[in-house]
Design a binder for this molecule. Structure first.
Ligand SMILES: NC(=O)c1ccc[n+]([C@@H]2O[C@H](COP(=O)([O-])OP(=O)(O)OC[C@H]3O[C@@H](n4cnc5c(N)ncnc54)[C@H](OP(=O)(O)O)[C@@H]3O)[C@@H](O)[C@H]2O)c1
Length: 257
């Protein structure tokens, strides 16, 4: 565990999945965590309750990031919860994937919604957060391995490619303030976003077969990598993208000829 005592963190999309695991981990390390979510009040409450049961501190903040007022709503709730404290750690995790959003089927509305939530929101959240983040703060963006392997969901992949570019450029801009900016790219992780993993008998075995460490990822696998970047241990790492995927698509596991 790292020591985040007296630190604060905002994790977007922390009501479920990877974001929840990140919120729980940062809170376990001692940070006061803002658990952001869109609509699922029950899931957000459950995340906050789990953090508190484990001895940590958290509060929920609701904001629909596709809405024009989304970032304003987020920062209003954040200000209430922080009560004048700075924001030490920002994790841009919330995102959506529209599975039918392929080159032949994507509508302009689907395209714009994915870019609004996955790219526009993190960008303007960072812009707003910069006045709250002290020198030496941390920004961590959650991208995806689909930036380097091809999938039919091309719009989602494009949004994550944009995040990778954002991280590298911003790291250079913010370095003089000692703020690090890094990107964590999960592989296939068992969350609601990937409900297809549980819809057929062969989904999990097929992912396992292409993963060196022989299993599907869990939220905590990603959260532990985020915790490294958030902690003092990560102070000399910036502008980097870390693939956290158990060795997804490293190549054939056995010689096929
Ligand atoms: N799962 C994977 O295999 C995988 C792989 C690579 C990258 N990733 C990335 O990892 C991150 C987390 O993914 P996940 O699988 O944990 O997702 P998830 O289980 O679908 O959870 C999504 C979270 O984002 C919030 N959210 C969704 N739409 C929103 C909106 N319009 N405005 C504000 N918040 C919204 C949800 O809030 P509500 O609960 O209120 O709906 C929820 O907290 C994403 O950036 C995703 O692209 C995931």
């Amino acid at each position: 565990m790292a020591d985040l005592t007296d630190k604060t963190a905002l994790v977007t999309g922390a009501s479920r999945g990877i974001g929840r695991a990140i919120a729980e981990r940062l809170a376990a390390d001692g940070a006061l965590v803002a658990v952001h979510y869109a609509n699922n009040d029950a899931a957000a409450k459950d995340t906050v309750a789990a953090i508190e049961r484990a001895g940590g501190s958290a509060f929920a903040v609701r904001a629909e990031l596709a809405a024009a007022t989304g970032v304003d709503d987020l920062f209003a709730g954040l200000a209430d919860g922080l009560g004048g404290r700075p924001l030490d750690i920002l994790v841009n995790n919330a995102a959506i994937i529209t599975y039918e959003s392929t080159i032949d089927q994507t509508t302009p509305e689907q395209f714009e919604r994915q870019f609004a939530i996955n790219v526009r929101a993190p960008f303007f959240i960072i812009q707003r957060a910069l006045s709250l983040i002290p020198d030496g703060g941390r920004i961590i963006n959650i991208s995806s391995g689909v930036t380097w392997f091809a999938t039919p969901q091309i719009v989602y992949s494009m949004t994550k490619g944009a995040l990778n570019v954002l991280g590298r450029s911003l790291a250079n801009t913010l370095g003089s303030r000692g703020i690090t900016v890094n990107t964590v790219s999960p592989g296939v992780t068992d969350t609601d976003m990937n409900s297809w993993l549980h819809e057929t008998d062969d989904a999990i075995p097929s992912i396992t077969a292409m993963t060196a460490l022989d299993r599907v990822g869990q939220g905590a696998d990603i959260a532990d990598a985020v915790a490294f970047f958030a902690a003092d241990d990560g102070r000399w790492v910036t502008g980097q993208t870390l693939e956290v995927n158990g060795g997804l698509y490293l190549g054939p596991k056995a010689q096929a000829w």
